[in-house]
Design a protein around this ligand. Structure first.
Ligand code: NAD
Ligand code: ZN
Length: 371
């Protein structure tokens, strides 16, 4: 039987699941749950921004289809992604009689996906998880690949588990209510996916004159395409050994900038956009791409409303020190995902610190010079 074009498949050691990206997809949630054999109670976990907008209709639809459906909303934002909030969710689930055959539905952005995913991975030693991503970042990135987790006071994402969802169902109509800045931050990951693996997607993104007005099937098609890049990479490399490292493009310096500025100032996607611009210049210095590549990528990032200049208040030594503390460092050498052109990338661990320093110096000079 042929499957609709909206369906993408992730293959893992534990089996296969679908990623469906479509306009109006939430209307069919109960049908999809039934189709994949999820018949237990449905525990919808969301945040206070997303819950009132989308959960009541979803819960009503689930109940109409015979599901025993419950809902819980946590405060929005990164501070909710911690063990204390996970403990409250355990209290709610266990206190209300959660069973092994039930399903956690993570309705929201990456914060909810990671938190609810972690709770689903651990309560009763693991129950079914369905991702219902409502941010662009979650649709193309965090709701695919099975990483779940919470933050520790000593660092982000330090406690977690791999727990693949049974289904990821993205309804692109929900992006209409996403704050514009959050939407723009999500475009950074879309552009990153295009650069590392999909030249046609890159050209397609360049041809769009007004990204903010994208909607309906045109938007769903782009998101599906960007999601496919992550799926293809995860299919090859479920647990981040080689290929998955490519997804880290823009993130080595991006994470350093995010941390140096203090989380909550720059959005993750904004820091990644700046990181991509800097890392493209590193690739250029390494002889991997020409200057046209750097300019073309910068033009696209800017067209999607993203910053490419280093923000004030960060020092070069601090950024370099942070890149060496990055999780991806192996044997004291930072590993960089760097582009080879539009649509291709590779991992290098031989980037001299002098090159990184030179690029950062150029970026800082530019900021301090006349505007
Ligand atoms: N598991 C992974 O593989 C993975 C990958 C990338 C990022 N992450 C994690 O994802 C998190 C960031 O996710 P995010 O950028 O989606 O942020 P988020 O979940 O905090 O959502 C951003 C904001 O938008 C609001 N929001 C979400 N959807 C909305 C909608 N449709 N309408 C109106 N408001 C809406 C939320 O309430 C929140 O205030 C980080 O914690 C990061 O570590 C995980
Ligand atoms: Zn990212």
């Amino acid at each position: 039987m042929t499957q609709p074009a909206e369906y993408l498949y992730v293959t893992t050691t534990g089996g296969r699941y679908e990623v469906i990206v479509a306009h109006g997809a939430f209307d069919h949630l109960p049908h999809h749950l039934q189709r994949i054999g999820l018949r237990g109670a449905a525990w919808v976990i969301s945040d206070d921004q997303v819950f009132p907008r989308y959960a009541p209709a979803l819960i009503a639809r689930l109940r109409a289809a015979g599901y025993n459906a419950h809902g819980y909303a946590v405060p929005p934002g990164e501070p909710s992604k911690d063990l204390a909030m996970a403990a409250r969710l355990y209290d709610w689930l266990i206190g209300n009689g959660v069973e092994r055959r039930d399903t956690v539905l993570a309705l929201g952005g990456g914060v909810i996906g990671d938190l609810a995913g972690f709770v689903a991975a651990t309560v009763l030693r693991g129950i079914a998880l369905v991702h219902l991503p409502t941010t662009l970042l979650a649709m193309v990135d965090s709701a695919i690949g099975g990483k779940t987790g919470v933050n520790h006071s000593l660092g982000k994402n330090l406690i977690g588990a791999f727990h693949q969802p049974r289904l990821t169902l993205a309804d692109t109509t929900t992006l209409a209510t996403l704050p514009p800045r959050e939407l723009r931050a999500g475009w950074a990951e879309v552009i990153k996916h295009a650069v590392i693996r999909d030249a046609d997607l890159f050209a397609h993104l360049e041809a769009i004159t007004d990204p903010a007005s994208l909607q309906g099937d045109a938007l769903a098609t782009i998101i599906r395409r960007a999601a496919r890049v992550k799926i293809d990479i995860v299919n090859i490399d479920e647990r981040e050994t080689g290929e998955r490292m490519l997804l880290n493009y823009g993130h080595t310096l991006g994470h350093a900038i995010e941390a140096a500025r203090g989380y909550g100032d720059l959005l993750h996607g904004e820091a990644v956009a700046i990181g991509m611009h800097l890392e493209a210049q590193i690739a250029h210095r390494m002889g991997m791409v020409d200057s046209r590549f750097v300019e073309r990528q910068q033009r696209l990032l800017r067209a999607y409303g993203l910053p490419t200049n280093l923000p004030p208040g960060v020092t070069i030594d601090d950024l370099i020190e942070r890149t060496l503390r990055d999780k991806k460092v192996r044997a004291g050498r930072a590993r960089w995902a760097l582009p080879l052109g539009i649509g291709a990338a590779t991992v290098r661990d031989d980037v001299p610190e002098t090159v990184v320093r030179a690029i950062l110096e150029k970026a800082t000079d530019r900021n301090e010079g006349p505007v």
